[in-house]
Write a protein that binds this ligand. Sequence first.
Ligand code: 5GP
Length: 111
Amino acid sequence: MSTIFGKIIKRELPAEIVFENDRIIAIKDKYPAAPVHLLIMPKKEIKDIQSASKEDLTLISECITVAQELAKKFNVQDGYRLITNNGPTAGQTIYHLHFHLVGGRQLGALG
Ligand code: 5GP
């Protein structure tokens, strides 16, 4: 079943795209928790980090490379958080693996 992010990837829903190639897309979060709040994800529909296979690790490492580049582009390379929420207890709401890149303000303790 396609999620909101699946629909954004297929251009069925709008989003502010900040990076895209054949495998990865990065968008601005619609409800930002900080001045910089991006969502970086493989286009492949992987439910969450716990479901990722060994073959998916290449995509995940590419997400990290994209995050490094976007951190520079958005000028937060000296301080940001790269997070993925796994499951409802962790606050995951969209079941298409994505990494939050959050920065641009002093971040508090995780909790
Ligand atoms: P999760 O809670 O699954 O870790 O993260 C989902 C994120 O998607 C949240 O930070 C939420 O603000 C964001 N979000 C929810 N709906 C939309 C949408 O329609 N477009 C965009 N760009 N972000 C969304």
